[in-house]
Design a protein around this ligand. Structure first.
Ligand SMILES: Nc1nc2c(ncn2[C@@H]2O[C@H](COP(=O)(O)OP(=O)(O)OP(=O)(O)O)[C@@H](O)[C@H]2O)c(=O)[nH]1
Length: 515
């Protein structure tokens, strides 16, 4: 499922991996660069200025030659050396700086005495900046406000001179050490295992735990060590343009996976929030971060749609009446049989109401299931009033103290007003505790429209998504539930009685992203 979305994610990941590889390869030469300036200070004091290319450039700088104070320096002209080496020796001793501060003598106009330390490492800084990643761009735009700003050194050599123009003339205060930002994932709550086998269900989950977001639960399972670590001061924000581009890719991937637009917007919003707050450590892959954010956003959409059917039944007055509606062939009758089997196995007693008197063969189909399962069925002749059948089933359940009545109804298009009215009549007569919409996951966005129409007509309480086993794209689960704001109670995934599971957002999420 989610094939096209996964392709976009893996493309992002491999693109990012290549970038990281390139960065790491080109990193080797850096180590040799700082050696020169380190050795120089041991020579005779005047020579402490490492004579680099940029220093020469400084000497030729217009500002220097235009400096009026310089030209008035008679002493300089008296002692002016004839060759360049002597020239440099004679200038530098004039400066009071006892330590190597190569730029200070030349840049007399510099208003930033605090910036001397920064000048000691120009050779270290430049190569890294030249290879700044896409993640570092945003930070670099903010660089003038940061402690390393050393405008006069970087002016001539940096590959992006425009940024130097933004340097503020007032002294720059070093920023305090970055606050260790721990994500919500660090909560030490117990880990909940993901249940991926149909028979296993998350009934044991406590109320508090079930309310926890996907992020926190997932964090406990997968990211305990990483989230405990602090965000280093080298971590960079993700560039706004990169986030836009990622969101665009996600939108296309979600659209191709049949996810409805309002759901896409909700997911994008979640991803954007995570990415704009997230700092990227050196060596981290942006693709991984995006996947994590995407799963979190989808998990939130899915998780808000969990529903505890068994608890609902147990809490209802008996018999609890459950009515199943939907368009033709979505799997209502099959789902009823599966739930009857499930309820029976958990010790609840069940009555089936064959209220699909419209389709030839529907009554027989349900009768076969009741025989197979040993469950009571109430049925009339084909073409009989479906509301009357449902009423009889409820009366039977009451008299026999049965726990649950499952009412099958005929499939109908939401556009067929007569059949929609008939369905409303059944609801009026038996006043079901629960109306469940059975939607075919393969129907994609059509299922969303159907669910909306049924919800408008009689009001839905929950959803069963069928044919999940054949759902190639995976967007329906997200879209239906989110669009009508009703929970998904079960997912049907096959033709056997056991092929139905309670909806579990984590299970669904794992499935959406599994290969
Ligand atoms: N693969 C798969 N097939 C299913 C699933 N649920 C139902 N089916 C099949 O879908 C077809 C229609 O199922 P029904 O249960 O008859 O559907 P219905 O909604 O009752 O149909 P109508 O009464 O005509 O509205 C049958 O062939 C079922 O076996 C499922 O989860 N997976």
């Amino acid at each position: 499922m989610f094939d096209s979305l996964k392709k976009k994610l893996s493309a992002l990941k491999s693109k990012e991996s290549e970038r990281i590889d390139e960065l790491e390869e080109s990193e080797e030469p850096d180590t040799s660069i700082p050696e020169e300036p380190v050795e120089e200070p041991k020579k005779k004091a005047p020579k402490t200025t490492a004579k680099s290319k940029s220093d020469d450039d400084d000497l030729l700088d217009d500002d220097f030659w235009d400096d009026e104070a310089f030209w008035k320096n008679d002493k300089f002209f008296e002692d002016a050396p004839e060759d360049e080496d002597d020239f440099e020796e004679d200038i530098i001793p004039e400066k009071p700086a006892p330590k190597p501060a190569p730029k200070q003598p030349v840049k007399k106009e510099s208003p930033l005495p605090e910036e001397k330390p920064a000048a000691e490492k120009p050779a270290l800084e430049e190569p890294k900046r030249a290879r700044a990643s896409i993640f570092e761009r945003r930070s670099k735009q903010e660089a003038p406000k940061q402690k390393e700003a050393a405008p006069q050194e970087t002016k001539e050599v940096r590959p992006e001179p425009v940024k130097q123009v933004e340097v503020q003339p007032e002294p720059v205060k070093p920023e305090p050490a970055p606050v260790v930002k721990q994500t919500e994932e660090v909560k030490p709550a117990p880990v909940k295992n993901v249940e991926v086998q149909p028979p296993a269900e998350p009934e044991a989950r406590s109320v508090d735990e079930s309310k926890k977001g996907f992020f926190s639960k997932r964090g406990e399972k997968k990211h305990e060590a990483p989230v405990a670590a602090s965000v280093s001061k080298n971590a960079k924000s993700i560039d706004k343009d990169d986030i836009e581009s990622i969101l665009w890719d996600l939108e296309i991937g979600l659209l191709e996976s049949d996810v409805a637009l309002p759901v896409i917007d909700a997911i994008k919003e979640g991803v954007q929030q995570v990415l704009s707050e997230r700092k990227v450590e050196r060596g981290e892959n942006l693709g991984d971060i995006v996947e994590e954010a995407l799963k979190s956003a989808i998990g939130s959409v899915l998780q808000s749609n969990e529903f505890d059917f068994d608890k609902f039944i147990d809490d209802s007055d008996k018999p609890a009446v459950v009515m199943f509606v939907g368009i033709n062939g979505t799997g209502k009758t099959t789902s009823i049989a599966k739930l009857a089997n499930r309820l029976q196995k958990s010790g609840r007693t069940v009555v089936l109401a064959a209220s699909d008197t419209f389709r030839a063969g529907a009554i027989e189909q349900l009768t076969i299931h009741s025989d197979n399962l040993g469950v009571k069925i109430i049925k009339h002749q084909s073409g009989a009033d479906p509301a009357a059948v449902a009423y009889d089933a409820v009366e039977h359940a009451k008299s026999k103290h049965k726990d649950v009545v499952l009412v099958d109804t005929a499939g109908r298009m939401q556009t067929n007003s007569n059949l929609m009215d008939e369905m409303k009549k059944i609801k009026r007569v038996v006043k079901p505790n629960l109306v469940i919409f059975v939607g075919d996951a393969l129907a994609g966005n059509d299922a969303v429209e159907q669910a909306k129409a049924f919800n408008d007509a009689i009001g839905l309480d929950a959803i069963i998504l069928t044919k999940i086993d054949a759902d190639a794209k995976g967007g329906a689960a997200l879209s239906i539930a989110h669009s009508i704001g009703k929970p998904i109670a079960f997912m049907s995934m096959g033709q056997e009685y056991e092929d139905i599971i309670k909806f579990d957002s984590e299970w669904m999420l794992e499935r959406l992203f599994s290969d």
